[in-house]
Design a protein around this ligand. Structure first.
Ligand SMILES: [Zn+2]
Length: 154
């Protein structure tokens, strides 16, 4: 997420929440299943000062006008963690529609635990987390809300 792009700004949805992203937002849920059958998810530990700081969520951010959710998630993953789209395959998406604002979780699969680096100050850390360990982390409230529905699609 940057703070000076054409989609950047706060929006109110019809459910009465304030959200980041004038045209909605998207995030990348990248998963890897290791040879021992363990499932891993790529997570961003958000800097303490960011919105919902010091929580864990997905790489992602505001969509720009005319940008698809898949494009936005890929762009943000690149900007935030140097993750190239060639490193994964998109397998689907989950739309959380708040009426007037929406968040799309783009589901993707990686063949390995791709090495990534936090490249913006918004991330304290970006790393692979065991899927089973997710409930032990302080999760971003938006991610926590959609996770059960998203997990059911995996
Ligand atoms: Zn909302």
């Amino acid at each position: 997420m940057k703070f000076d792009g054409p989609g950047d700004g706060w929006a109110w949805c019809e459910l009465g929440h304030r959200h980041w992203g004038l045209y909605g937002a998207a995030g990348l849920l990248l998963r890897h299943r290791s040879a021992d059958g363990e499932d891993w998810v790529l997570m961003q530990h958000r800097s303490w000062w960011s919105h919902h700081g010091d929580t864990w969520g997905l790489l992602g951010g505001a969509r720009t006008p005319g940008e698809s959710a898949e494009q936005a998630a890929a762009r943000e993953a690149w900007e935030e963690a140097g993750l190239a789209a060639a490193e994964y395959a998109v397998t689907g998406s989950y739309l959380d529609d708040h009426r007037g604002w929406s968040y799309t979780t783009v589901l993707a699969h990686a063949e390995k635990l791709v090495s990534v680096t936090a490249r913006t100050e918004e991330s304290a850390e970006v790393r692979w987390v065991r899927q089973d360990d997710l409930p032990t982390l302080p999760l971003h409230p938006g991610f926590a809300d959609t996770w059960p529905a998203v997990a059911a699609l995996l």
